[in-house]
Every structure is written in C-alpha cells, then in structure tokens.
Design a binder for this molecule. Structure first.
Ligand SMILES: Cc1cc2nc3c(=O)[nH]c(=O)nc-3n(C[C@H](O)[C@H](O)[C@H](O)COP(=O)(O)OP(=O)(O)OC[C@H]3O[C@@H](n4cnc5c(N)ncnc54)[C@H](O)[C@@H]3O)c2cc1C
Length: 403
C-alpha cells in the first residue's frame, strides 16, 4: 500500500548530515512529542531516526503548562535540567461576577508543584538536544510504502535539500502535529472560539500562582513566568473570532483595561502588554491512530483546544506508552498489526479522557447564563470546602496537570 501526503511549498536548507538508509523506527516530526518518543526509544536501545522538516525551532508564543508527571519524564530524559520552568504551587479558579472560587494547592496533592510553565521553544530545544544523535533536520517525510510481504520493512519517502531520499523502517511514528495522512480518518471540527495569547505584567503578581477564570466571553488561563525582571504572565483567553479580532486591534492601554475588567481586582492593574498573538482552535482526533506500519502520537493523533493545557501532556504520555510497548516487543514484531492494535487499545481511554475533559470544560465554560452558570458557581464553592472533590479536580486539573 502506498500513501502520500500533499506536497507543500516549504523551502529547505541543506540537512546537516546524510540520512541513514534504514532505521528500526523513523519518527516524522521533531517537535516536543516526536523528540521525546525518539529519546525514550534510543534509551531503550532501539535504533531510531527523527526527521524534522524545519532546520531550527523558530520563535513560538506558546507557554505550556507542564504537569508534574511530564516533568518526571523530561527529567529522566535529561531534558529538564537547565530548562527555564516556572513552578505553579497554587491554581485559583473563579468566575467573573460570582462569589464562588476555589484554590488548588500542591500541598494537597503532596507534591512540590502542581506543574510548571515552560516556553514551547525552550522545551522543543531541550528535547532536540536530548535526541541530537538521531535527529535529522531539513528532512520532510512525504509518504510511506508498505510492501505486501508481512515481514518486509516499510519504505519512508523524504524530501531534503539534496533531493528525495528513502529510508527503510519497521515502523513510522507520525508526530508531525497535523496527522493529515491518507488512510487515516481524522475527525476534525473548528471551535467557534479563538485563543488570544497575551504576555503581560500585572501589578500584584505573586510567584507560584496560576489563575483560571470563567468570563462571560469565554474561559481564560493565566500562567506565571519567572523572568529576570520578576513574575510575568501568559494569558490564554478563549473568545469568539470577532471579539479576538477586536481585541487584537486595540492599543495596549485599551487592551489592558479590558483584561483588568475581565480578570477582576486580585492581580491589580496591567502594567505592560509585552506580546500578543491569536490562534484558531480545533478539536481533531485520528481514529484509528494506526495504519500499516504507522502509528500517530501527540497532536497528530489528537489536537485539543489549548485552554485546558492537555495537548503536550497527553502527547508525552502517547510517546512514553509507545516507547514502553516497543521496548517490550521482539525486534521482528515492531510495526506488526498485533503490536499496533495493542498500542491503539492501550491509548484509547487516556485519549478520550483528554478529549472529553477539554471539550466538556469548554462547553460548561461557554454557557453564560441560567442554571448551568449557577451550578458552576456552586461547584466552585463545593470544591473549596470538600477535600474529596478538590482532590478529584486536582487529579485532572484545570491546566491538564495530570498528576
Ligand atoms: C496556544 C496554545 C497553548 C497551548 N498550551 C498548552 C499547555 O498549556 N499544556 C499542554 O500540554 N499543551 C498545550 N498546547 C498544546 C501543545 O502545544 C501541543 O500539544 C504540542 O506542541 C504537540 O507537540 P507535537 O510534537 O505533537 O506537535 P508540534 O509541536 O506541532 O510539532 C510537530 C513537528 O513536526 C514537524 N513536521 C511537520 N510536518 C512534518 C513532516 N512531514 N516531516 C517532518 N517533520 C514535520 C514540524 O516542523 C514540528 O516541528 C498548547 C497549544 C497552543 C496552540
């Protein structure tokens, strides 16, 4: 069977070194999830090559909430030490115009931190460094040919600055962030909200605190970032597209006023808007996430709305689960239908949990009036007094801090 991706017009610079002719596992995509998977495979002694289309990790405005459990995986890979990361010890959840609020504390969970804020670019750079010996940049995967013979390796097609190349592999792991592969059914729908990403400084910033706030226009998450000048924040606000456009058109002073009104008095005035960007938001799920000699992980397998901070954390668990399964699979069985079916089954409940949690949070957060809003307020009040409920929310907390 042959599958091909649509070519695109990305221009490449020369790859730094020649691609190998074969590898047990080829990973398409050297983003955080692809690199983490490859680093785990290399550590298990599996021969792996990561092919990354771009030549360098460019600037990306994302600040990711990284769960404690993800930190452990990153530390095991040697990608945590030296990574600029801001701890979150408390998450305050509140609703604009309502008295109910709740605070989630790391001490309740018996952890040093609920999670950490990390810049996407820093994380991607640290993971690329962790897998440097197996990483080939300027190499775009364009397709896979699977011979009819059950034990024959697949042939992966690659575009490089030096022309097309082919690599034999037992398994192609797709970690390209898009999952747009022929033969893979990807169910996708765009949300009627966009994500505003704003780097800003508040008057009363306190180290270790993150904020989740339900506003009439949509939910917002405010993540702390330690900088040489003190505590800064990245705000992610889910709003309808016309509102996102209108907010992006405001000057800094006017935008600061709107944010202050939405956030409420706890953080004080907005002292500076440092950067802003807007992103479309999508829910997409590959089902099944495997094909002949092919498995998808990370955003390729599921793309979630960023407000719940689940995407990277879930993708890292995909990477760890696939690496663990391959480490336990005899070499000749890597990429076999039985191995792929077991991986598919093993990831189903975590994948659907992430989708249901994120989508559910958005649905509840988008209901601006009536009984659901009342229940939301009561729920926050209950969380404040019921340790059991608080623990349950902590287990899959507002920023995807899957403990
Ligand atoms: C605004 C925003 C905020 C977010 N906040 C959080 C958060 O707080 N917590 C969280 O857990 N998640 C968050 N996410 C989600 C998180 O960013 C993603 O889940 C994560 O980046 C997925 O990583 P990935 O490696 O699967 O894909 P990507 O990061 O998209 O990387 C894919 C890589 O593949 C390369 N590539 C593409 N096509 C090819 C090809 N054909 N051949 C070779 N290489 C290719 C690309 O160049 C890229 O380097 C957020 C997302 C957004 C948009």
């Amino acid at each position: 069977m042959a599958t091909r991706r649509k070519p695109d017009d990305t221009t490449h610079q020369a790859p730094p070194r020649a691609l190998p002719e074969s590898a047990t596992v080829v990973v398409a995509g050297g983003g955080p999830v692809g690199c983490a998977c490859a680093a785990l495979l290399a550590r298990a002694g599996i021969d792996v090559a990561v092919l990354e289309a771009s030549n360098s990790a460019g600037y990306d405005p994302r600040a990711l909430a990284v769960a404690w459990s993800s930190r452990q995986t990153l530390a095991d890979l040697g990608a945590w030490e030296g990574l600029p990361a801001t701890p979150m010890h408390h998450v305050h959840v509140s609703e604009a115009g309502r008295p109910g609020s709740a605070t989630l504390d790391a001490s309740t969970a018996g952890l040093p931190a609920l999670g950490y804020t990390v810049r996407y670019g820093d994380l991607a750079g640290a993971l690329r460094a962790a897998v440097a010996a197996s990483l080939y940049t300027g190499a775009r995967v364009t397709g896979i040919d699977v011979p009819a013979a059950a034990d024959a390796p697949a042939v992966v097609s690659v575009e490089t600055a030096d022309g097309p190349r082919r690599i034999e592999a037992q398994l192609l792991v797709v970690a390209d962030g898009q999952g747009d592969w022929p033969g893979i059914r990807r169910h996708a729908r765009e949300y009627p909200h966009q994500a505003l990403l704003i780097d800003l400084r508040f008057e009363h910033a306190t180290e270790g605190w993150a904020w989740e706030r339900f506003t009439p226009e949509g939910p917002m998450a405010i993540l702390p970032r330690l900088t040489p000048d003190g505590v800064s924040h990245t705000l992610v606000w889910s709003v309808p597209p016309q509102r996102a456009e209108a907010l992006m058109a405001l000057d800094d002073a006017a935008l600061a006023g709107v944010i202050r009104a939405a956030v409420g008095p706890r953080l004080g005035r907005v002292l500076a808007i440092e950067a802003r960007a807007v992103r479309r938001t999508t829910l997409a799920v590959a089902r099944p996430r495997t094909g002949p000699r092919l498995a998808m992980i990370g955003n390729a397998a599921q793309t979630l709305h960023p407000i719940a901070g689940q995407g990277f954390n879930l993708g890292l668990r995909d990477a760890a689960a696939l690496a663990a399964r391959l480490a336990d699979t005899p070499h000749g069985e890597i990429g076999s239908p039985a191995m792929l079916a077991a991986f598919e089954r093993g990831r189903r409940s975590d994948q659907w949990g992430g989708v249901a949690y994120t989508d559910g949070l958005l649905r509840v957060a988008s209901l601006g009036s009536g009984p659901v809003r009342l229940l939301r307020g009561l729920g926050l009040a209950a969380l404040e007094v019921l340790p059991g409920a608080r623990r349950a929310l902590l287990a899959r907390s507002v920023f995807g801090l899957h403990l």
